[in-house]
Design a protein around this ligand. Structure first.
Ligand code: WTA
Length: 645
């Protein structure tokens, strides 16, 4: 495929950027011309950030899967669309061409239809990283349903909450999933999530691990049986549902600073244009390149840069079922070598973890196919950046540091590989269409004096096509979360520096959201889970620097239960019980690294917990906790310091 909108020089970037800011509608309208539409839009852009109301390409009619599949059939039907590498390297990999993927998506769309799915229905997808996950996602889009993919690490309770919030009527899952040395019993987790559920009518179960599962008559059906029925009828095509550009495409739940995850909603047209545009430009994709994004499709990175971005660009995208350290720490390098991967996109936490194994695992692996490396999910430290660039990229591959969020749909700040300058640990320049600014606590714009580097809270002035449209079922929540902190601005929740060149360096969240191994964990949500444990009176959770995870989780807990104290009085058993509660309520990904039992928390006279103080203690900066005179009981600080883990 040829991309007329691919930026090929630094000057071309500057020109594109200027144009995009001067006339966003003309800029994005031109780009959108390169896609398949049944009808063109009435208006490119209509927006205000006060409601907020954001519409891109409204009135335009399309189906994103025709752009991801059908339009490639004429010229590249036999090109691999998906390459799948299983968890166990001994098992055979799979290669699925565009022709085959089109057929499989169409067949599964029939299955959905046969099971009662209609346009606009919500389908929860809870699967491991197998091609059928991508197929389920695309089939949902094909029939015009709204998918809500839930990462396989979430608990039954988390799924139940998400099913309820989305009023989902359908679930697609697997019997189980392989992840490293573990088997995860997905269907059994779904069964628990469905206890008491009143909306779900059908559960489609794909076979992977063949662990025994319970199948409830009338509700649960096997994927393979359903596909057989469709095959027997000789169905290979499924007419794509015609969607408005502003019809919802998916919901993806993400943690914020309040107690409950929010369902971020993305729509068909803008999301497609934006993920495609950023994929082609950030990674400088060239036809035939093999793109390997190591994220899980359960996160936005997987949605945008395993599925929709690459496939809409006619790329070959690699799906890996396993983990970087199984069966050993050379797994990524084996995959690069085996499939001659050209673009590798991963997370700083994975790089830091692999760095810990030294250079041994890289020895004897041919990585010469690599052209471009990328990172996402958290700030990358310079040491990891250099290791990645030197030992993986052999100083021969540009590294793109891509900053973005679930809410932004695609990359917002990133260098373009080999086109715009790379600076270790700096995400550098905004994408065309993005007008960023830094503001201080009072919402006043921070302007640099001369050549100084300034810092502030990162905001955005106007919408880009991939911005979220709402939070599902609660538009007011969307407004207060993102558009109310600073009037008429989208607030990212991140802090950043900007240097004299206009390059940005993201410093991390400024709200109560932690970033643990690139996963967002809301402290309020985690505290709620801890507080549900019998005997826990109160808790406070903060982050602290962690060598591999970026941020570790430190929980301060007031526990007054009598149960579970072991003979040494260390509280080890209680700690384990609390971890078990968290695993049940949220999932294992939210388990704190440290739990310190305390008798009180540092609170102001109005009862607000002073997290600043706890953060300093967790970080080990015991002498710089700052002013504690306004606390209700300043004595508690000394006690907490003494008990620090
Ligand atoms: C952080 C992931 C620094 C940031 C795509 C953001 C980053 C949050 C970077 C969103 C980066 C993501 N440098 N920080 N390159 N990329 N972040 O929604 O704090 O899972 O707000 O989206 O991750 O996480 P989310």
């Amino acid at each position: 495929m040829h991309y007329p909108y691919q930026i090929e020089s630094y000057d071309a970037y500057k020109i594109a950027y200027q144009k995009s800011i001067k006339d966003p509608a003309a800029f994005w309208g031109d780009i959108a011309e390169n896609f398949t539409w049944h009808k063109k839009w009435d208006e490119v852009l209509n927006w205000n950030f006060t409601e907020p109301k954001i519409e891109w390409f409204k009135g335009g009619k399309l189906n994103i899967t025709e752009n991801c599949l059908d339009r490639h059939l004429e010229k590249q039907a036999d090109m691999p669309a998906l390459i799948w590498e299983p968890n166990d390297p001994e098992e055979h990999h799979r290669i699925i061409t565009y022709r085959k993927l089109h057929e499989k998506v169409c067949q599964f769309a029939h299955v959905l239809k046969n099971n009662g799915v209609k346009k606009g229905d919500r389908i929860c997808i809870y699967m491991g990283m197998i091609p059928e996950l991508a197929i389920a996602v695309l089939a949902s889009a094909r029939i015009g349903a709204v998918h809500s993919v839930v990462f396989g690490g979430f608990s039954a309770q988390s799924i139940a909450d998400r099913l309820y919030d989305a009023q989902a009527e359908f679930v697609v899952t697997c019997d189980g999933a392989y992840r490293g040395a573990k088997d995860i019993p997905l269907k059994s987790v779904i069964d628990d999530a469905l206890i008491g559920n009143r909306t779900v009518k059908k559960v489609i179960v794909c076979t992977r691990t063949r662990t025994p599962v319970s199948m409830i008559k009338g509700r649960d059906v096997w994927w393979e049986d359903e596909i057989k029925k469709v095959e027997t009828m000789g169905l290979h095509d499924f007419p794509a549902e015609i969607m408005d550009a502003e019809d919802p495409l998916f919901i993806l739940y993400t943690s914020g600073s309040t107690g409950k995850p929010k369902g971020v909603v993305h729509t068909c047209g803008g999301y497609m244009v934006y993920t495609n545009y950023t994929f082609v430009n950030v990674f400088q994709y060239k036809t035939g390149d093999i793109h390997f994004c190591t994220a899980d499709i359960g996160w936005i990175t997987g949605h945008s840069y395993i599925v929709y971005g690459p496939l809409s660009a006619g790329a070959t995208t690699l799906i890996f079922e396993g983990v970087p350290t199984f069966p050993d720490a050379s797994r990524f390098w084996d995959i690069v070598d085996k499939f001659k991967v050209n673009i590798l996109y991963t997370a700083p936490t994975a790089i830091r973890s692999l760095m810990g194994f030294g250079l041994g695992p890289l020895q004897g692996k041919n990585l010469s196919s690599l052209k471009i490396l990328g990172t996402v999910g958290e700030p990358i430290n310079e040491e990891a950046w250099h290791w990645y660039s030197e030992h993986v990229g052999k100083n021969n591959c540009p590294v793109v540091d891509t900053w973005w969020q679930t809410e932004t749909g695609g990359c917002l700040i990133s260098n373009l590989a080999g086109i715009t300058p790379a600076v270790p640990s700096w995400a550098t320049l905004p994408m065309p269409g993005l007008e960023m600014l830094l503001v201080d606590e009072n919402g006043k714009e921070v302007i640099a004096q001369g050549d100084e580097t300034v810092s502030g809270n990162l905001c955005i002035k106007s919408p880009w096509p991939g911005i979220l449209r709402t939070t599902y079922g609660d538009h007011e929540r969307c407004r207060t979360n993102y558009f109310a902190t600073y009037p008429n601005l989208y607030f990212t929740g991140d802090g950043a520096l900007r240097d004299k060149n206009g390059f940005y360096r993201i410093t991390g969240r400024v709200d109560d959201v932690l970033n643990v191994s690139g996963h967002r964990i809301g402290t309020a949500e985690l505290e709620n889970a801890i507080n549900m444990h019998a005997g826990v009176v109160e808790s406070a959770v903060v982050g602290y620097p962690h060598d591999v995870k970026g941020q570790g989780i430190y929980a301060f807990v007031i526990y007054q239960g009598s149960h579970g104290q072991d003979t040494h009085g260390t509280g080890e058993l209680v700690r384990k019980d609390i971890l078990q509660t968290i695993t049940r309520i949220i999932g294992a990904i939210a388990k704190p690294d440290k739990i310190q039992f305390v008798t009180g928390l540092p609170k102001t006279r109005s009862g607000k917990i002073m997290r600043r103080i706890l953060r300093k203690i967790a970080e080990g900066e015991l002498d710089s906790v700052g002013d504690i005179s306004t606390l209700l009981d300043p004595g508690v600080v000394e006690e907490i310091k003494n008990g620090r883990l």
